[in-house]
Design a protein around this ligand. Structure first.
Ligand code: NI
Length: 165
């Protein structure tokens, strides 16, 4: 197993829509082991493959019940709304209050290619939505309202604080 550097805002791999996994082999298993180790080391509650530079449709998470993996996941059901201070390992140091559905259900496959489903509210629901956004090339910044997003992008592109010098 290995801990990988986490790609951060501005890295083009984070903007790509990932490709589906077709082969469920040892390489996939090793990728997932590395992702879990990297997630715990960060530490984070979720990690998507693009965050370690792999544009494949794989994510891992631990919403309090141990490590879980989802291969080729899609959100199939959401309901309710919930505001939560959301952060991302790829945008370190920033948290924004983001409103999203409280409940989410995701379907995908496990490491053997068998169908698997995770569903939950609050933290689990949030992690599923956040990680699957990553797999669609989307960062949490794109979930901010327009003025907050503009301010966030200005900060991220000019961390010195807007000085023209
Ligand atoms: Ni993230």
């Amino acid at each position: 197993m290995a801990i990988f550097p986490i790609r951060t805002f501005g890295d083009p791999v984070l903007r790509l829509r990932t490709t589906r996994v077709e082969v469920f082999d040892g390489a996939l298993r090793r990728l997932v082991e590395d992702m879990i180790e990297t997630m715990y080391d960060a530490p984070g509650v979720g990690l998507a493959a693009p965050q370690i530079g792999v544009s494949k449709r794989v994510c891992v998470f631990d919403a309090g019940e141990g490590p879980r993996v989802l291969v080729n996941p899609e959100i199939v059901d959401v309901s309710g709304m919930w505001s939560f201070d959301e952060g991302c390992l790829s945008v370190p140091g920033y948290y924004w209050t983001i409103e999203r559905p409280a409940f989410a259900r995701a379907v995908g496959q496990d490491l053997d290619g068998a169908p698997v489903e995770y569903a939950g509210e609050e933290l689990l629901g949030r992690v599923l939505q956040h990680e699957i956004d990553h797999l669609n090339g989307m960062l949490l910044i794109q979930r901010l309202d327009r003025p907050t997003r503009k301010a966030a992008l200005r900060d991220l592109r000019n961390p010195a604080g807007g000085s023209a010098e």
